[in-house]
Design a protein around this ligand. Structure first.
Ligand code: SAH
Ligand code: SF4
Ligand code: F3S
Length: 605
């Protein structure tokens, strides 16, 4: 019953009037309202997404929905009318026509599949989502051909999907500029060529919902808007769109979900990768004052552990060498199963299972991001349990600010002192050489010079190996936008950001120099051949350019290893004995120097 109430909340706050939402959460209603057999029949007879699109196409207030049988169903009118919200699934009349036709001849496929190009912006979560989108589309090879790969270009694509980020204003502007460029490029394709479909996916799609579709058709930057929880419907929406050349066409689906984790979809990863991102949870319940993510990715939900462990096992069998577990707050991972008996799996349990598998396959494990407010000690204890290099001794601990007062306004749930205590606990348990990275925001609402100085002093106290640093960018409808004035002038934010960056550069360089003379086990990620000689020339100060291996330490630093004939590794068979290292090999290197922020190494045979 509690869940039933939750879902009402979803309709009321986020998505009024959605049949597909009802279908998605229908079992909760069934649990509250009737026997399962009756519910199954209702679902089977119920409307499809196409029905919903038909019903919403002419009526953007979404106040009435037609069922498959043609009976108008009034859904949650009160909420819809009072909030004047748009439905979150929709399409133009021409697309609806196309979908109707599609219903009749679903078996009929196009003469050639439509070429789809996916471009990704934002965090690792978006990279992982693009792999899920690719997998969903690749399941219909008769309809869609994916163009991604090193030589692919959007120029030859019939459909370009931009997976976008909304975290700050800058990434949004970049995506809008990219969309304008792609749209402008169509003019060069001539009148006769059918207009290419441009789709916006990801966090910006969810944040802006139908705003970009409100433009006049000739000025519209996109034809399709699909949020992070609606990717399963992409094939259907695209099938409707590609079937019409009408300039008025558009389609959107920005329904957030309480339970979608795409657990059953095997992401389609690029060939040749050795690092795999594995999404373990979606959404976030934290509502830090500055952050748009809870709006764009919805409430937190954890993916079933067995599906994660199975994926890691497959990655090991496929030869991947590193897995990065992804979530907005991985510490709060919590999966509750009822079968075969009630059991709760927390992040430490999940990670333990992942490490067991990774150790067997000689894979490295990383995770991002844990939240400093609730870092579980059981997770730290795992670092002493596994073979060196399995659970990488590198932890991202996003601090955001060094001032307890700013942290309070940010609603981060910890103080400066608690943060420092966590850092001490991590170094005590994992080891003094653990590499720490962080995120920092400059110029949050009301930040004084003294509070900014506290951030610099915390950086100097902790001495992070790496930091991701940003100027505060106000996001609509966040707690900060509602409660506080964005009152730090841009030039002050940037000056403070500059001070934060130069502090970090100094610390990073000192920490890098401290590694000279140590031996590190590194994973080869790239081989740079002689034809990139000029790039090498400029990067390795003044020396004759030579080809090199680029590898990564457990602490997540890049190491440049100039080629040398004498450097060999043991291959698997007699034929491969003493071969040159390849991408995906672990090698022992001695750190011989530092160039800029990068380490220089020499293989120790
Ligand atoms: N879930 C992660 C954060 C993901 S967003 C965590 O809590 O660590 C990545 C980073 O973007 C944040 O840590 C923060 O430093 C930065 N960020 C988020 N919103 C921002 C905003 N409105 N302005 C500037 N930086 C922001
Ligand atoms: Fe945003 Fe905070 Fe959630 Fe991170 S933990 S995604 S910063 S709300
Ligand atoms: Fe990631 Fe950007 Fe969304 S940081 S979660 S893609 S807003």
């Amino acid at each position: 019953m509690q869940r039933f109430v939750q879902s009402q909340h979803v309709f009321g706050i986020w998505k009024p009037g959605l049949w597909c939402c009802l279908r998605e959460h229908a079992r909760w209603f069934a649990a509250a309202a009737g026997p399962p057999s009756q519910k199954r029949k209702l679902l089977a007879d119920g409307p499809t997404l196409a029905d919903f699109l038909v019903s919403t196409s002419g009526d953007h207030t979404g106040s009435s929905v037609l069922s498959k049988s043609g009976t108008p169903t009034r859904l949650l009118e009160r909420q819809i009318d009072s909030r004047r919200k748009r439905p979150t699934v929709g399409a133009s009349a021409s697309v609806v026509e196309a979908l109707r036709a599609l219903d009749a001849d679903l078996a009929e496929t196009p003469p050639a599949p439509y070429k789809v190009f996916i471009e990704t912006y934002g965090c690792a979560m978006n990279t992982s989502d693009s792999e899920i989108v690719a997998s969903i589309l690749a399941a219909r090879p008769d309809w869609f051909q994916l163009l991604n790969g090193p030589s692919a270009s959007p120029d030859e694509a019939d459909v370009v999907l931009i997976n976008s980020c909304a975290i700050r204003d800058k990434p949004e502007v970049r995506v809008l500029q990219r969309l304008s460029m792609l749209r402008a490029a169509e003019r060069g394709r001539g009148q006769r060529a059918p207009r290419r479909i441009l789709g916006l996916l990801g966090c910006m799609a969810e944040r802006l919902k139908t705003r970009l579709l409100d433009e006049m058709p000739s000025k519209r930057l996109v034809d399709l808007v699909v949020g992070p929880d609606s990717y399963r419907d992409l094939p259907l929406l695209l099938q409707g769109l590609v079937r019409t050349t009408d300039l008025q066409r558009f389609a959107y689906h920005v329904q957030l979900s309480l339970e979608e984790t795409y657990a059953d979809i095997a992401p389609l990863r690029d060939h040749g990768l050795i690092t795999a991102y594995v999404s373990i949870m979606r959404g976030c319940n934290n509502h830090c004052a500055f952050c748009v993510v809870p709006q764009t990715r919805g409430p937190e939900r954890s993916r079933e552990p067995a599906s994660i462990w199975n994926e890691i096992e497959s990655l090991g069998n496929e030869g991947f060498k590193e897995v990065v577990l992804l979530g907005q707050n991985v510490n709060s991972y919590c999966y509750q199963s009822d079968h075969p008996y009630p059991k709760v799996t927390k992040f430490a349990d999940l990670l333990e299972g992942v490490c067991e598998i990774a150790e067997r396959h000689s894979m490295r494990v990383r995770y991002t991001s844990p939240h400093p407010k609730d870092f579980p000690h059981e997770v730290l204890r795992l670092y002493t349990r596994y073979a060196p290099g399995t659970l990488c001794r590198q932890i991202h601990v996003p601090m955001q600010s060094g001032s307890s007062e700013v942290l309070r306004r940010m609603r981060r749930g910890y103080t400066r002192e608690e943060y420092l205590a966590l850092v001490a606990r991590i170094r005590d348990t994992v080891g003094a050489d653990v590499a720490l990275s962080t995120d920092i925001i400059s110029g949050f609402c009301g930040e004084t010079e003294a509070e900014h100085a506290e951030t610099i002093s915390l950086m100097e106290q902790v001495r992070f190996d790496q930091a991701f640093m940003f100027a505060y960018s106000e996001r609509e409808r966040t707690i900060a936008a509602r409660l506080y004035a964005d009152d730090i002038p841009k030039e002050v934010k940037l000056r403070r950001l500059g001070e934060i960056i130069s502090t970090q550069l100094k610390i990073s360089a000192e920490r890098a120099r401290a590694m000279v003379g140590t031996e590190q086990r590194v994973l080869v990620e790239e081989v740079v051949h002689a034809n990139e000689r000029q790039r090498l020339d400029s990067e390795i100060s003044g020396k004759q350019a030579t080809p090199a291996w680029i590898a990564r330490t457990e602490s997540n630093r890049r190491v440049w290893i100039p080629f040398s004939e004498k450097h060999t590794v043991e291959g698997p068979g007699p034929m491969h004995k003493h071969r040159q290292p390849c991408i995906g090999d672990y090698v022992e290197v001695s750190i011989t120097g530092v160039s800029g922020n990068r380490l220089i190494g020499e293989i120790v045979n």
